[in-house]
Design a protein around this ligand. Sequence first.
Ligand SMILES: [Zn+2]
Length: 357
Amino acid sequence: MLLLLAAGAASAQAPFLMGGVTAAPGTLAAGELRVPAGPGDQGTVIPFSVIHGTRPGPVLALVAGTHGVEYPPVLALQRLRTAIDPRTLTGTVVLVHMANMPSFLARTIYYGPKDGQNLNRVFPGKRDGTLSERIAFVLTSEVIDRATHVIDIHCGDGNEWLRPYSYWVVTSAPAVVAASKDLALAFGLDHVVIDTERPNDAAASVYLANTAMTRGKPALTAESGGWSRTDEESIARVERGVAGVLKHLGMRADGPPPVAHPVWLGRNEVMRSGFTGLLYPAVEPGQTVAQGTLIARVTDFHGRVLEEIRSPFAGEVLYVVATPPVTKGEPVGFVAERATAVPAVPAGPGRGAGVPR
Ligand SMILES: [Zn+2]
């Protein structure tokens, strides 16, 4: 009896405090992180839920709405907040329901409405910076620094038509890179871009998921859906991905298996417009293209062709911009080539057996 009591005490979970609310073990709590006012704005809030399991374990942060017109991840998290049962959960799930409230409410693609900045380019943020930088600072200090694993869930932005894929960043510490690879496979998207260009500097981490990785935490950026849509398929794909990660991390007993035959994508390039005008896409996401295949045309406002944008190499189109407005320097599409080799990663504790390397 004493032994049983001791074992129970050893495996008990302490309450989880966030944003002024306390989640007791086995419960769901909800609150808002406050982003303080700055010059020219009133600040904002970041609504979150904490699903706090009964046993200690990983703290998995799921972030939606880093870009405000990316809806399936937002809607998936609305479902997950009640679909994940805290009474049977090991560890803790932090759901960030809306990372970028100003962008969501103003329906702005890419950039925040107050400062014209891309939230996913200003990490780790600044305490006294622009609104986007202050949002990033709160996400870094209140969410990422509290988590053990982070998934930033995106889709094609409001103008982007996209096939699902994830980014696996390989520039961090080897053990973090290895665990992040397993996270990507567990999430289940079968196309994975091997990202070799993210900075390995915690003070200039730029991207949300990279902020976690430069702080030693496995992380993933996932893309499912796009073009301002709220389709069931894209929402369900995110739910399935999270279920796979919960199983992989040992937070829940049941869940789908990791992707068995991932398509690793190496060389990749965002093609950009050299002109401002009207964009006419010529390909669809998922389409295989040759070097030189026409991706899109740009015309001026009197219909004259200014530019034909062609694929720089043979590969697969992961997204294409599919609405007419285009400004010089903005993306028009993203193409990636199958990797000839997948970077070697060290084996480590907690790596799933049978996971394809
Ligand atoms: Zn995005």
